[in-house]
Ligand binder design. Structure first.
Ligand code: AMP
Ligand code: ZN
Length: 483
């Protein structure tokens, strides 16, 4: 598969340290509030990537952190700790806030059909590991103690930032308006590995360390968690594009300095979901959540479909109108799928595999989910029996995750119900047309078949054909359309 690598700025053939095995890491949520649907766009696309790697034959070990400590309200180490801010707002302890919003995050993930990573590690659970990394960095000369804090010394690195997508002015943290310069730093790029002194002395969670009672810096958790559960060689690191700098740059700096060799080969960043008035942000207080979508009557899976219709490296604009368009397209797709009978014939495995080829080609080309969705329509148009088509669709949906079989079956059942089939036998027009005359003929034909009067059944079929009506027998009913 070819996947864009933010570290090299190229679409590259994806390779792994160990053949057929992917060590994958994803930056997890900061659990001081609900995830907004922008955050969830990142998790949906990362879920699709993980599932596609598995589909392509890799065995994947996916690790994710939960940021329940140490995430400051801005990149500039200023303002309050986000967790503390959440706890104050809700008159709860930091740990209560963390548990509540971690549960809420996974509940949202379930609604969006996002698989839980193999390892989920709250940041507060590995403090000793971070301390060990910081000690090692100090011993190796990559860190220094100043003003009670431990800083990473970026001046010791052969290269500092690898994602040139960010500009020099992004690095000018100390000189940004309203941000006090941290005079302990030797260089403006240096960052805190361990705090014992910070601007907010009331930090709720603190631990003993060789440098005094304090708490870890923002970036060390991801390095520590990944190196513990993914090992020394990471194949794929994912996150939203805002994580690229300074978070990922600093993760690379500290991990490679600690390990003494290159760490992660492939970096994947998901572009933002924006509203028409700009970036969606949790810290702004008001934002769109999965629960809000549900309250407004939207199926969360339709939101997943909306995300799949855009490429992950393009910004996506959220408007209700755009979502409505996606809902309409999703519904149309389900309507077409519901008229493909899964019990029609036996699965031709080779034909089903061939039907998934355009899907594979799309996904192999930098996870092109819009084309992968188009490939579903290709299967609908193909000449194959229903069982074979469904085998292909279900294989593709094991990656896309839009519950096609389940929802199409539900639609079929509903059609049967509305077709008024008291005996369980349904008659339905593919284009939604109602015709008592055609329905009556089709029911008579079914009766004839039941009493083995095949001549009568064929006569009715031919009569309908003459009227320009084509019929397809399905398990439990029949569908028709005008040709
Ligand atoms: P956070 O909970 O703020 O740490 O963010 C969780 C994930 O969502 C990170 O990977 C972020 O990069 C990502 N993210 C944040 N805002 C957006 C957005 N508007 N669109 C897409 N992803 C986002
Ligand atoms: Zn991270």
């Amino acid at each position: 598969m070819y996947l864009y690598n933010s570290a090299t700025h190229k679409k590259e053939l994806f390779t792994t340290h160990t053949p057929d095995h992917v060590e994958m890491y994803t930056c997890g949520p900061t659990v001081y509030h609900f995830a907004h649907i922008g955050n969830l766009r990142s998790y949906i696309m990362e879920d699709v990537l993980e599932k596609y790697l598995r589909f392509a034959g890799y065995d994947v070990n996916r690790v994710m952190n939960i940021t329940d400590v140490g995430h400051l309200t801005s990149d500039a180490d200023e303002g309050e700790d986000k967790m503390l801010k959440g706890a104050r707002r809700e008159h709860k302890t930091v740990m209560e806030i963390a548990q509540y919003y971690t549960d809420a995050f996974f509940a949202d993930c379930r609604k969006l059909n996002i698989k839980t990573p193999d390892v989920v590690q709250p940041a507060t659970g590995l403090i000793d590991d971070y301390i060990h990394i910081v000690e090692t960095l100090l011993n190796k000369g990559f860190a220094y103690v100043a003003g009670g804090n431990v800083y990473f010394d970026t001046g010791k690195l052969p290269r500092y930032y690898v994602f040139n997508d960010h500009k020099e002015e992004d690095l000018a943290v100390g000189v940004r308006e309203g941000v006090e310069e941290d005079t302990n730093k030797r260089s403006k790029n240096d960052f805190v590995l361990w705090f014992t002194k910070s601007k907010f002395e009331d930090q709720a969670l603190k631990w003993d360390s060789p440098w005094g009672v304090g708490y870890p810096g923002w970036h060390i958790e991801c390095s520590g968690i990944s190196m513990k559960y993914n090992g020394e060689y990471l194949d794929l690191h994912c996150g939203g594009v805002d994580n690229a700098f300074p978070h990922h740059t600093n993760e690379i700096a500290q991990s490679e300095s600690y390990l003494g060799h290159p760490w992660c080969t492939h970096w994947c960043h998901v572009a933002h979901l924006n509203t028409t008035d700009g970036k969606m942000s949790k810290s702004k207080g008001e934002f769109l959540t999965v629960s809000l979508l549900e309250e407004k009557g939207y199926d969360p899976i339709a939101y997943r479909f909306f995300c799949l219709q855009s490429h992950y490296r393009k910004n996506l604009v959220f408007t209700w109108e755009n979502l409505d368009n996606a809902v309409a397209a999703y519904d149309k797709l389900l309507a077409r799928l519901s008229s493909v009978d899964p019990e029609d014939g036996a699965v031709d495995e080779a034909a089903a595999a061939a039907l998934t080829e355009p899907f594979r080609a799309a996904m192999d080309n930098d996870l092109n989910t819009p084309n992968a969705v188009t490939a579903l329509y290709g299967v609908l148009k193909a000449t194959a029996n229903g069982a074979t088509k469904w085998a292909a669709i279900e294989a593709m949906d094991s990656v896309l995750g839009i519950k096609l079989a389940e929802k199409a079956a539900a639609k079929r059942a509903k059609q049967a119900e509305t077709a008024g089939a008291a005996d369980g036998f349904f008659v339905v027009c593919e284009d939604g047309e109602k015709s008592a005359q055609i329905e009556d003929l089709l029911r008579r034909r079914a009766e004839a078949k039941k009493s083995r009067d095949f001549a009568e059944a064929d006569r009715i079929r031919d009569a309908l054909k003459e009227q320009g009506v084509e019929i397809t027998d399905m398990s439990g009913g029949v569908k028709w359309r005008r040709v």
